[in-house]
Design a protein around this ligand. Structure first.
Ligand SMILES: Nc1ncnc2c1ncn2[C@@H]1O[C@H](COP(=O)(O)OP(=O)(O)OP(=O)(O)O)[C@@H](O)[C@H]1O
Length: 447
């Protein structure tokens, strides 16, 4: 058995289970050796040995048994230096030295190497976010984009970009300490640190990072203790020009139950929205993902899927995985009919979810008018614009034909619907308010 790969595999498993700080402080400095008795782990000092024995030995044993497929696989922790390393190193005696031992090794970041800029498909909806993300990766801690705050609906690529930035920073500076963290995990780690009387190390660890990437910060809502700690971490990193990148499902000021002082800090740098991808981008994403998976996806089929599934990229990936599995299983070529069958339930759900009635109700609520106004002959400006938007949304989000849409809006002609769609497309280019209303409504209807 290869000791290095067994211990590396153990570490990879444990990395997901213990806090990032504990992982770096206690597990990463251990040196491994395999003997007739099993795995021997060398701790840099007695303190580390005792800590690992008390807190992690059962977990390490369980992981090593699982990976070695040997239930009785022994694991022992020794306070000392691995024999082959003896000439170079002396035993260390304190917790600070234990941290130092960790510092001397390359920092083991927890970034997902699969999320890069190269495989992030760019389109109108995410162009700005991608460009700024690249800029931050090239120049972390720069004055104008710290913190970088990316927000938008679920499955639109915020986490992907977060990792891409982290990977970019590490590619340029392999020594950079970059940590990705879901906000819920930050909260859990902090609670654990408090429980284990380890909060000082927790603070020290987070404040020593070059870049801290926190995902879905809306989960801090209502957790005052974590907000307080994060506030201080934020300040410490910010003041030393270390990069902070945050994601959320909404604009900073719109997050409920987050202290105002934090919300205002979130907006100190750059806040960029990621919108749902348009049809062209959805097709490009499908084609790119198909290529990555060596799936022969004809463009017209990608177009068909992209037209049907409009909400987010995660959904597109799910659809593509399903198509791929069906194609492998049946050995058939991928055609539109094939996809119709493979994705039957997803497509039916989509058709059922967004109806013209649903759109009319949502738009009426959004603009505080009545559904009957949308169907009426009224030409008042407060009604015509929402009506045009509702028609354009019906065209975008349902499979209804122009005449069918016209009929649902007070028996109007299909040319009126076409005119509404063109007007809204035009206004979305020129008028930020209309663009924002359109995006908000799509988000609400796709949620
Ligand atoms: N533009 C894109 N190009 C390629 N892949 C993308 C793109 N946008 C999203 N994806 C992929 O879609 C999936 C979902 O994206 P991601 O997890 O980043 O979404 P998210 O915005 O963080 O969602 P949530 O808010 O639910 O966490 C991922 O597998 C990601 O790689």
């Amino acid at each position: 058995m290869n000791v290095s790969s067994l211990w590396q595999d153990c570490l990879s498993h444990l990395q997901d289970k213990v806090s990032t700080m504990d992982f770096s402080t206690w597990l990463r400095p251990l040196q491994a050796e395999i003997t007739d008795d099993g795995l021997i782990l060398y701790a840099p000092n007695r303190y580390v040995k005792k800590w690992v024995e008390d807190k992690y030995l059962p977990q390490i044993r369980e992981t090593a048994s699982f990976l070695s497929k040997n239930e009785r696989f022994g694991v022992k922790i020794i306070d000392g230096i691995k024999p082959e390393n003896k000439p170079q190193a002396k035993p260390q005696t304190s917790i600070l030295n234990a941290n130092k031992a960790a510092e001397n090794k390359p920092f083991r970041s927890n970034l997902n190497p699969k999320h890069t800029f190269d495989n992030f498909v760019e389109g109108k909806s995410n162009q700005m976010a991608r460009a700024v993300a690249q800029k931050v990766a090239d120049n972390p801690g720069g004055p104008t984009s710290n913190p970088l705050y990316l927000y938008g609906g679920t499955g639109l690529g915020k986490t992907h970009l977060l990792h891409a930035i982290g990977n970019g920073i590490v590619a340029l500076n392999p020594d950079a300490k970059v940590v990705y963290m879901h906000s819920e995990r930050f909260v859990q780690d902090m609670v654990k640190a408090l429980r284990n009387d380890n909060i000082e190390n927790f603070k020290k660890f987070y404040r020593s990072l070059d870049a801290l990437l926190i995902d879905d910060i809306q989960f801090f809502a209502g957790k005052e203790g974590s907000q307080e700690e994060f506030f201080h971490t934020f300040n410490a990193l910010f003041e030393s020009n270390h990069q902070i990148i945050l994601t959320s499902d909404r604009y900073p000021k719109e997050i409920d139950k987050i202290e105002d002082r934090l919300k205002s800090r979130f907006g100190w740098g750059l806040s960029i929205a990621i919108e749902p991808p348009d049809l062209e981008t959805r097709v490009a994403i499908l084609m790119k993902k198909a290529e990555e998976n060596s799936l022969a996806l004809p463009e017209e089929v990608a177009f068909f899927i992209g037209q049907k599934l409009r909400t987010n990229v995660r959904e597109l990936e799910g659809a593509l995985n399903r198509v791929s599995a069906y194609a492998n299983f049946t050995g058939k070529h991928i055609t539109i009919d094939f996809v119709r069958e493979a994705l039957k339930d997803m497509l039916a759900l989509q058709d059922k979810l967004v109806t013209i009635e649903n759109i009319q109700k949502t738009v009426a609520e959004y603009y505080k008018i009545k559904v009957s106004d949308l169907k009426s002959k009224s030409r008042s400006r407060s009604v015509t614009r929402p009506r045009q938007l509702a028609m354009a949304l019906a065209k975008e989000l349902t499979n209804r034909s122009l005449p069918e849409i016209g009929k649902a809006f007070g028996d109007r002609d299909h040319t009126t619907v076409l005119h509404a769609c063109r007007t809204i497309a035009d206004l979305r280019e020129k008028d930020n308010n209309i663009q924002e209303d359109f995006s908000n409504l799509i988000r609400t209807l796709s949620a």
